[in-house]
Design a protein around this ligand. Structure first.
Ligand SMILES: Nc1nc2c(ncn2[C@@H]2O[C@H](COP(=O)(O)OP(=O)(O)O)[C@@H](O)[C@H]2O)c(=O)[nH]1
Ligand SMILES: [Mg+2]
Ligand SMILES: [Zn+2]
Length: 403
């Protein structure tokens, strides 16, 4: 349950504010200067105080023809209509430059919105939907260029902040008869360079310091022993990005400093480490190593997730053990050790955002884009944070208490 007296946090600039300080604008009617019409100025006195715990419903008759929205008093962006009730759940997607974060975000959202709705009920999800305007932003910047045109997404420009992608998610209540639990899932795509640069970390990647959970995309193409196993056509043509261990270390140190935590203390966040570009693993993994080889099917492709029976912890853990072993064997043992030592809980997985490799000659991905296992890390985080629940997992109550 949200504390109604607590200050609200903007999912775009992460500044805190009271609801009474928000001006309400019309998104359908304009003033004489062509600006969106103010339907309710910011509040003063007692109304400003009551607004915080009994917020005016924007669906109220008076407002209906305006499609009204509250504006963030700090960054002036339109706030989600459900800011009055939903907490923000920022999931940080981290990794070095070129590790595949942007493609993973594109594929994760495609998976959540279009691939797994058939299994929502089994998974304990009621709905996942983009907030108004986010749908268009996602289609323009991610879906059309990648899924429709089969082209590469452009690299993020270091030092610039892209608009977060915000989705409302509702989960089945933990006890029958209770209200569904809802949150605004906030995903922000940052440049890998900013994650390993202290100044930019605070300037453009500071939202990460508000994250409730992290997904770290580890680029297998940073490992010399992986590159050695790849055929010529699949070897990287560009210099590899930052070492994942450097990115993780920078994040750990900045997060501790931001939260006033002691050196050596454990970060109270779950971390899902995901081996990216999982479509390449079939070229690398030796069949004789049966545990690691369980990541790969007969077609030498990463085995896709199967949610027909919901999210099964024993299956996730099985893949986690195999993925961890892969990382240990292919140059990333120090990363595994660091992750295990610095975070409250850690798991491992392997994902493929695109299903195939980019073909420089044709300027397109080799086959139509078909993501695999992309929702796994997020579903695991939702379980760890107590939003989703099955008998076999005990959520950390601290994680729920702390919106
Ligand atoms: N084979 C393969 N390549 C990928 C995949 N995801 C990304 N890539 C490649 O990695 C490059 C960098 O990805 P990008 O998402 O821009 O990395 P970012 O800098 O971490 O955001 C892309 O241009 C793709 O060619 C994947 O799932 N499989
Ligand atoms: Mg990117
Ligand atoms: Zn704001």
């Amino acid at each position: 349950m949200n504390n109604p007296f607590a200050l609200k946090k903007c999912p775009f600039c992460f500044e805190q504010f009271t609801l009474g300080d928000c001006t309400v604008f019309s998104s359908t009617q304009f003033d004489e200067n062509g600006e969106e019409l103010v339907v309710r100025p910011k509040l003063e006195g007692i109304r400003r105080i009551t607004e915080q715990f009994i917020p005016q419903k924007l669906s109220y008759d008076l407002f209906q023809k305006h499609q009204p929205y509250r504006q963030c008093p700090k960054c002036k962006k339109p706030l989600p209509y459900n800011i009055t009730s939903n907490e923000n759940c920022v999931i940080g997607i981290i990794g070095g430059r070129g590790s595949g974060k942007s493609h993973y975000i594109a594929a994760l959202i495609e998976t959540l919105l279009y691939r797994i709705p058939t299994y929502y009920e089994k998974l304990g999800i009621i709905e996942i939907a983009p907030l108004p305007k986010i749908q268009a932003q996602y289609r323009r910047n991610y879906y059309e260029p990648l899924f429709v045109q089969r082209g590469k997404l452009q690299a993020n420009i270091p030092g610039t902040l892209t608009d977060p992608l915000v989705f409302t998610c509702s989960f089945r209540p933990l006890l029958e008869g209770m209200h569904p639990r809802s949150l605004n899932l906030v995903i922000i795509d940052v440049s890998g360079e900013d994650l390993s640069n202290d100044t930019n970390m605070v300037r453009t990647a500071r939202f990460l310091l508000h994250a409730k959970g992290l997904i770290m995309v580890v680029d297998p193409l940073v490992s010399p022993s992986v590159i050695n196993c790849l055929p010529e056509g699949l070897k990287p043509t560009e210099p590899s990005g930052e070492n994942p261990l450097d990115v993780l270390n920078n994040l750990i140190l900045n997060t501790r400093q931001h939260r006033g935590m002691k050196d050596g203390s454990t970060l109270p966040l779950p971390l899902a480490v995901a081996i990216g570009k999982g479509d390449l693993l079939g070229n690398v993994i030796n069949r004789s190593d049966t545990q690691i080889a369980s990541l790969i099917g007969h077609d030498r492709q990463l085995i896709d997730a199967d949610y027909r029976n919901g999210f099964r912890h024993e299956i996730y853990n099985y893949f986690s053990t195999a993925s961890e072993k892969f990382l240990n064997q292919f140059d990333n043992a120090p990363l595994v050790q660091r992750a295990r030592q610095a975070f409250r809980s850690v798991s491992f997985s392997a994902v493929s955002a695109t299903g195939s490799h980019f073909d420089e000659k044709s300027g397109k991905f080799q086959a139509s884009i078909s993501p695999r296992r992309c929702a796994d890390p997020l579903l695991w985080l939702f379980h760890q944070l107590g939003y989703l629940q099955t008998e076999s997992v005990t959520p950390d109550p601290g994680a729920i208490r702390n919106p």
